[in-house]
Design a binder for this molecule. Sequence first.
Ligand code: GDP
Ligand code: IMO
Ligand code: MG
Length: 415
Amino acid sequence: MNLAIVGLQWGDEGKGKIVDYLAKDFDINARYQGGSNAGHTVRFGREKMIFHQVPCGVLNKQVLGIIGGGCVLDPRVILAEIESLKKYDPVIESRVKVSRFCHLIMPYHIKLDEYREGTKQAIGTTRRGIGLAYEDKYGRTGIRLGDLYNTESFGKKLSLNISRKNLVLMDVYNAEPLSDNEIFDRYMGYAGKLRPMVADDTRILGDAISAGKNILFEGAQGAMLDIDFGTYPYVTSSHTISSSVGIGLGIPPYNVESVLGVVKAYTTRVGQGPFPTEDSGQLGALLRDSGAEFGSTTGRPRRCGPFDAALVRYAARINGAREIIMTKLDVLSGIDSLKIATTYEACAEFDPFASGSLVPKYMKVPGFRQDISAARSPEDLPGAARDYLKAVEEHTGLKIAYVSVGPERDAIIRM
Ligand code: GDP
Ligand code: IMO
Ligand code: MG
């Protein structure tokens, strides 16, 4: 069975933990969009690994990890990640394949992202050069991983890009120009190191599908950060929803057989932009403290607020998710009364165009005091926690398939 795991909020729903947990039953784990802006955390025993580029299911030794052409690739980041993974598998490179189609994140993308974020145009990006790299891809001037293996053509493409970017750096931002020789040498160094992982990914996936292998697709970010369907322009620069799987991996859409949405038991967002259930008071601060809500990629404090069922209904619809996994239910323990947004004053469903002015309508359910992090079956949960889950199911119209009650691998309940 092929299954897509997607975030149904603003990212950081706990996709990393879920992918790592589910990957034990899969042969392949493939990322199809995004880049080093993603921060997917996996905790096991005393170990903690934050994945930015590599699919996080690879901690399961039977899994082949694939980074599809829909992703943008920062060679420095992936190589550092591969180094850290060697602790768990000295030959990890043999289980990670990267598409030749991946557009490369170049030093000028990162520099320009940083400069832009210093202006009124800032949207609170991760400053990893993501938007700039996708701009070049769609502007047809980007450099792909496969281009590194034709030195002459790479040199020409790099010079052209650098001359254009230097104009912007110097004229718009009054900054120092970049040197193409230094970048050329650096990327040639990366090319050699990446070589064993560069692959014809669409063929590997096509063959795997024909052989009936199981593929787990790993989404990055969340539906509300989708370039079209999210809270534009406060979004990322790729399609985060399940329709992106096919295009990001070069496989037909009907090979995505099932879609599982990941939601947090409450809502968070990092960076600027609308957030209807944001709580800037006590509750928000409490959730941030108890849930350790600080960005996995940038360390920024995440904005927090109650669960928004109306938003999740929209996100599930555009993703085709009929079931969800709820993470971080343990974080709600100790809150006397729990709020769930069921709809908004002006409209019943989340509307991205109105997202800046939506006023949520809440229902309340009693909270629970018990520590639920040791719960491993639905019966282990207090009645009030089960009632909260029931209310979420009722107001989202989605079945909760799993509930996660702690960051560790085994802190999960099958419902
Ligand atoms: P992702 O980007 O969707 O993979 O999520 P992140 O890794 O950025 O953020 C999720 C954070 O919550 C990480 O620090 C996880 O270790 C942690 N986490 C995941 N599931 C749970 C859970 O059920 N309970 C608690 N307390 N933490 C969790
Ligand atoms: P994971 O995969 C949360 C947010 C940034 C910013 C906007 C655009 O860990 O869930 P970008 O750097 O992509 O140009 O920034 O998107 N953002 C994320 N927020 N989780 C992520 O990834 C994110 N990736 C990007 O904070 O608001
Ligand atoms: Mg994250």
